[in-house]
Design a protein around this ligand. Structure first.
Ligand code: PNW
Length: 478
């Protein structure tokens, strides 16, 4: 168990990479500067009701102008790595054609600043900000978007390949496909289950084609990866209906991406479960081979478990009669007989329950599925409603406890043989939390959105000690 008080010190290897994570739209701001055009998130955030209180990323953390200070902050915390994403519409505004030099210059300066401070950059090519023009042409449900993504990858590789050695193609393609085109709670806000499944395939294809381009364009020691958010699915009981619900969600959350990327296949049960929605004719000969490219790293994002049960015909009738979920669109095409439940135990401010076992299990799963591939945790962290005290200090013991539990879980996976090389905490800064706007704070550094002042929270000091010593410090007691 990872929750009991530990006595033996938990130590990580000396070369373990300690870092933090961010994403372009969530922190950069400067939405209309230097030739950047709208992404699907700029457009979506302007739709009434799409984002909490109409918030958007126009200014965000103003990182576009404050990046030297933010890199100093990281260096001051002793961070060895930094995971950031490149805004596609900043470097290739229409999603086609030549790059905008000023957009590339920003990322080059950011990377140079990082390298100067000995912080290793991990560059993500796509963290959800598709150029709006590509969405207007059909977006990820259209095959052409995969080709456009591969070309964009080539532009960025040509510009930054001499100074960035760790590359990630996509962040959480599940969110792009199923929250963006299925449930519609993320940009572009479409609610079409067939389109969501086509989007998933074209994200896979985009990943594969981009990986081929990167491999050809980058030096031999470049390390290529993808960030997935696999679900840690628990069946509510051992009944056949509940276990089948768990199998369906595992297919739609995880195997729809890990299948083609790691094994060159879509599993039969996934195809069968979704046959009513799509005939899968968008998968062309050769696609699976294009997607199935050797990777050097596999990046896992993990926050919370998924507790599911199978819904009987009777349950479904009660739901329908009471009007629950009648208008809600599901991010799980073909799994309408699955119910999601709140897991027991404590929750973060997102309402997400805490279960660090999921992180251990997912790391071990991928270490079995992708032998020889280095594993990274590229997101893990927690939102809490923390506030500065009278002296301006932010005490966030819940966040530190969350981190302590999950890092213990990472350590357990490593002790059981998982080759985990680094951990990137979500997030460096409080930032634009997608549909929740600025109402949820994930940072270990507080951002005052009036003044843009940054104040490291107590969790940042705790994490800095871990990065400095390689030993997990005690967490504050509840
Ligand atoms: C991830 N869900 O988002 C993202 O990669 C980050 O940009 C984000 O800020 C972070 O996790 C915290 O939310 C997710 O609904 C958003 O399942 C929603 C879901 C999962 C991940």
């Amino acid at each position: 168990g990872s929750s009991g008080p530990s006595t033996a010190p938990v130590s990580f290897p000396a070369d373990f990479l300690w870092g933090t994570s961010t994403a372009a739209y969530q922190i950069e701001g400067a939405a209309q500067e230097d030739g950047r055009t709208p992404s699907i998130w700029d457009t979506f955030a302007r739709q009434p009701g799409a984002v909490f209180e109409g918030h958007n990323g126009d200014t965000a953390c103003d990182h576009y102008h404050r990046y030297p200070q933010d890199v100093d902050l990281m260096a001051g915390l002793g961070m060895g790595g930094y995971r950031f994403s490149v805004s596609w519409p900043r470097v290739q505004p229409t999603g086609r054609g030549p790059a905008v030099q000023k957009g590339l210059d920003f990322y080059r300066s950011l990377v140079d600043e990082l390298l100067e401070k000995n912080v290793t950059p991990l560059l993500t090519l796509y963290h959800w900000d598709l150029p709006q023009e590509l969405e207007d042409a059909g977006g990820w449900p259209e095959r052409d978007t995969a080709y456009r993504f591969a070309e964009y990858a080539q532009l960025v590789a040509d510009a930054l390949g001499d100074r960035v050695s760790m590359w990630t193609t996509l962040n959480e393609p599940w969110c792009s496909a199923f929250l963006g085109y299925g449930s519609g709670v993320h940009a572009p806000g479409r609610t079409d289950p067939a389109a969501a499944l086509r989007a998933a395939h074209h994200l896979n294809l985009g990943h594969g084609l981009a990986t081929q381009r990167l491999r050809a364009a980058l030096p031999e020691d470049a390390r290529l990866s993808v960030s997935l958010n696999p679900a840690y699915v628990l069946a509510r009981t051992d009944s056949e209906a509940d276990r089948d619900a768990a199998r369906r969600i595992d297919a739609l959350a995880t195997r729809v991406f890990s299948g083609p990327m790691l094994h060159g296949r879509y599993d039969d049960d996934l195809i069968a479960d979704t046959r009513r929605i799509t005939d899968w004719s968008h998968v062309r000969d050769g696609d699976l081979a294009d997607i199935h490219q050797p990777l050097d790293g596999l990046c896992v994002n993990y926050y919370t478990p998924s507790l599911v049960s199978g819904v009987t015909a009777e349950d479904a009738e009660v739901e329908r009669r009471d009007g629950h979920g009648a208008s809600a669109h599901s991010p799980w095409p073909g799994a309408d007989r699955v119910a999601f439940h709140q897991s027991p135990g404590e929750q973060t401010a997102m309402g997400w329950s805490i279960d660090p076992t999921g992180l251990t299990e997912l790391l071990l799963r991928f270490s079995r599925e992708a032998p020889g591939v280095a594993l990274y945790v590229t997101e893990n962290g927690a939102a809490y409603d923390d506030k500065p005290d009278a002296d301006g200090r932010v005490d966030d013991p819940e966040r530190t406890r969350y981190l302590h539990q999950h890092l213990t879980a990472v350590h357990e996976a490593m002790a059981a043989g998982a080759d985990v090389r680094g951990y990137f905490l979500w997030s460096l800064l409080d930032n634009f939390e997608w549909a929740y706007g600025y109402s949820k704070r994930f940072g270990i550094v507080r951002v005052d959105y009036e003044t843009q002042a940054r104040v490291p929270k107590a969790s940042a000091e705790w994490y800095a000690e871990l990065a400095r010593t390689g030993r997990l410090p005690e967490a504050p007691r509840p």
